[in-house]
Ligand binder design. Structure first.
Ligand SMILES: *Cc1c(COP(=O)(O)O)cnc(C)c1O
Length: 368
């Protein structure tokens, strides 16, 4: 066991695949394939296959992916987009940035993704879209969400930033909704060495529109059909991602193994709520989030025993200063959970001794 059980350890991951990564970066440099080029198109093709989607468009980051996806849908100006109250701010930020209105929705009390019941109650004549966030790597109930959307003629975007390779009923996330967005922020399950993102879709029209928006509305060089923006996945990041994608299934298997270990060993502790994995979910455990009454005391105890933890997220979106102006209603679960959740270390960097140490110390905490 190492001295500290790290929450994330990208340098140990790099060392395991160093020669592959170094060669990939070297070839980008030698070819000067910095923008567009073969690494980007090969990665897009490999990643769309990985997601069981027809198309993938590389973009600058996961936040841009959301903005571009929303713009590509050409939703009525100022119409309402329903987003979960518990997510990273990028999800709601993108909605406001493109001139649409954010409507926050409660989370499911057990699996933490968007509550189907509350979602139904938030739909009105101004609603135009739903963003389904596969939070912590657990897929939303996409069966019900797509049914609700088609009944009400709403667009659906899957925010897959935390869920590369997750599945709903055997279907890969990124292949189900109209458009799906991914982040390759370094700490995500598939991470670049800088910012990166992608949009996947099965619609040729939407693929073309996203690609044009991300590249100045360009038809060909110096011929622009409309004003877009500059948000492209660059060649160096694509080359890194192409290497890492080959290892993703192995790394995800290890995440699931660790999650199963935590779940079996921590079961039965009275004040500790384990994450629920729905029967229809392939959960890829971007995060392993438990709930305890005194989360801060547990975090401090683990820290003093060399175990790093995180909180995702300490303030639910409607309670952020950024959204004070909305005067949101209170949410029974997402408000309360933000004070009870704590994320345990998970990832391929952890040894069996590391995860055993985590379990032992959590048990110590609850027995003292
Ligand atoms: C990380 C993340 C994003 C944003 O991705 P960036 O690449 O950092 O812009 C969006 N949504 C969720 C749920 C995320 O976790």
């Amino acid at each position: 066991m190492s001295n500290v059980v790290k929450f994330l350890d990208l340098s140990s991951q790099y060392l395991k695949i160093k020669s592959e990564i170094d060669n990939a970066i070297q070839s980008v440099l030698e070819e000067s394939a910095f923008i567009k080029g073969p690494h980007v198109s090969e990665f897009e093709s490999n990643f769309s296959k990985y997601c069981d989607a027809e198309y993938a468009v590389g973009v600058g980051n996961g936040t841009d992916a959301l903005e571009i996806a929303l713009e590509a849908l050409s939703l009525p100006a100022e119409s309402e987009v329903i987003v979960p109250a518990n997510s990273f701010i990028a999800t709601s930020e993108a909605v406001t940035r493109v001139g649409l209105k954010v409507v926050f929705c409660e989370c499911d009390k057990d699996n933490y993704t968007i509550s189907i019941k509350d979602l139904k109650s938030k739909i009105n004549k101004n609603t135009s879209a739903i963003i389904a966030v596969h939070l912590y790597g657990h897929p939303c109930d996409m069966g019900q969400i797509m049914d609700i959307a088609s009944l009400n003629k709403l667009a659906v975007i899957e925010d897959c930033a935390q869920a590369h390779g997750a599945e709903f009923n055997g279907r890969r996330v990124g292949s189900i909704a109209d458009l799906s967005t991914f982040s390759f922020y370094p700490g995500k399950n598939l991470g670049a060495y800088g910012d990166g993102g992608a949009i996947t879709t099965n619609s040729k029209d939407l693929e073309v529109r996203c690609r044009m928006i991300a590249n100045h509305g360009r038809v060909e060089k110096y011929n622009h059909k409309f004003e877009g923006r500059n948000s492209r996945l660059d060649g160096l990041q694509a080359a890194v991602l192409k290497v890492k994608l080959k290892h993703l299934d192995e790394w995800t298997r290890r995440r699931i193994e660790i999650a199963d270990f935590y779940s079996s060993k921590l079961e039965g502790i009275q004040d500790l709520v384990l994450p629920k994995r729905e029967s229809w979910a392939r959960q890829v455990y971007h995060l392993f989030v438990i709930r305890v009454p005194d989360r801060d005391a547990l975090a401090e105890y683990l820290r003093s025993n060399g175990i790093q933890t995180g909180i995702h997220y300490p303030i639910s979106l409607p309670r952020l200063d950024a959204y004070k102006y909305m005067n949101c209603e209170s949410f029974e679960y997402s408000d309360r959970y933000s004070h009870e959740i704590i994320s345990l270390p998970i990832g391929e960097h952890l040894s069996d001794a590391d995860i055993n140490h985590v379990v032992v110390k959590i048990k110590d905490f609850f027995s003292s």
